[in-house]
Design a protein around this ligand. Structure first.
Ligand code: KIV
Ligand code: ZN
Length: 390
């Protein structure tokens, strides 16, 4: 029997506009959301979660317009487990070429306590709401929120109910970033092996980064059989954020040797969308952020700069062009060596001999001890100061 896990294609489900925007302070305007959705569609994201239509009139409008404009991506809206939410979600996504309804409910003991439902009552509600969603739309995703803290027997039971009611994707959220990679892989593997009907649906992973393990957990889930990764640009999202799209996509590309799964993402568009999301959300990208941080392709120390000038693979495992960056940068600072200084001087049009280089290197180090970074203008000023005034 062929199952959905036999494919080597991993779907990328981006939730920057829903879970990402839920991050306190990250609200985007209508036009900004449309722009980001367009960029996600162009870069090859398979499914765009465009918002939570019941949350506000503005969210409803944004999801509807994104749905109407999407070219290739499936457009998904989120809804809680009630019929009114699901109807509103369907109204917003129905104009998409490929609409999806995503409905969820918290299934862990911590979350079951909130609506004060017994296990059986919640199971009935899941059956009712997923059936309703499926009567409206052929493409239905269901999520047991806080799945990784839900008792195994209950999780397996409700996943089976959702599949029987017509869910086509089962998303397993690590809502509070609690799981670890071995557990993440085992949980998906066990659900696929033991839940009746599991082979007929796509399993998805949705990880939060509270312990810094979201990327590792998402990739482990794929090793366990998940074929959809939910993620956001720059890892934007609640608390410590969600799995970062650029990290999982580049990890699958760079380490294809041990993770033989493909995405449909045009990685050369990563840097541009990262910058746009940072600008419109108002969330700066940390300098040392994997893949898209300012320092991800920058080298200041003498040994590293010398290595990079001889061969790029000494200290880089990705090519900057692969994410849409013009090139590596070798900023000059107090850790830099002669090779980088000579290279910079050449770029600035100064061809210096060894003696002159020795002299300017001493003055460069004195300056670098006083300044965090030495810029091109500083180097030019050093050269001018050393020129014979006659
Ligand atoms: O983190 C989470 O559980 C969610 C669900 C709504 C999928 O974002
Ligand atoms: Zn989430």
């Amino acid at each position: 029997m062929t199952t959905t896990t036999d494919t080597d294609r991993v779907l990328i489900f981006d939730t920057t506009l829903r879970d990402g925007e839920q991050s306190p302070g990250a609200t985007m305007t209508h036009d900004e959301k449309l722009e980001i959705a367009g960029l996600l569609d162009e870069m090859g994201v398979d499914i765009i979660e465009a918002g939570f239509p019941i949350a506000s009139e503005g969210d409803f409008k944004a999801v509807s317009e994104i749905a109407a404009n999407a070219r290739n991506a499936v457009i998904c809206g989120l809804s809680r487990a009630n019929l009114g939410d699901i109807d509103r979600c369907w109204e917003a996504v129905r104009n998409a070429k490929q609409p999806r309804i995503h409905t969820f409910i918290g299934t862990s003991p911590q979350h079951r306590a909130i609506p004060n439902l017994t296990r059986d009552e919640m199971a009935d509600l899941i059956h009712q709401t997923v059936t309703h969603a499926r009567n409206l739309c052929d493409n239905v995703q269901w999520s047991p929120m806080d799945a990784t803290r839900t008792e195994w027997d209950y999780l397996a039971r409700v996943v089976e109910i959702a599949i029987k009611a017509g869910a086509t994707t089962i998303n397993i959220p690590d809502t509070v970033g609690y799981t670890a990679p071995v557990e993440s892989a085992d949980l998906i593997r066990r659900l696929i092996a033991e839940v009746p009907g599991a082979a007929d649906v796509v399993f998805s992973t949705h990880c939060h980064n509270d312990l810094g393990m979201a990327t590792a957990n998402s990739l482990a889930a794929v090793a366990g059989g998940a074929r959809q990764i939910e993620c956001t640009i720059n890892g934007l999202g609640e608390r410590a954020g969600n799995t970062a799209l650029e990290e999982v996509v580049m990890a699958l590309k760079v380490r294809h040797d041990i993770m033989p799964w493909q995405t449909g993402i045009d990685t050369s568009r990563i840097m541009n969308i990262s910058r746009r999301v940072s600008t419109v959300s108002g969330f700066p990208v940390q300098f040392n952020k994997a893949v898209v941080g300012k320092n991800a392709f920058a080298h200041e120390s003498g040994i590293h700069q010398d290595g990079m000038l001889k061969s790029a693979d000494t200290f880089e495992i990705m090519r900057p062009e692969d994410i849409g960056l013009a090139g590596t940068s070798l900023p000059l600072g107090k850790h830099s060596g002669r090779a980088a200084l000579r290279d910079k001087l050449r770029q600035l049009g100064y061809d210096v001999g060894d003696n002159q280089l020795r002299d300017i290197f001493v003055r460069f180090k004195e300056l670098a001890d006083r300044k965090k970074e030495v810029f091109d203008d500083d180097i030019v000023a050093l050269m001018r100061a050393g020129e014979d005034p006659a």
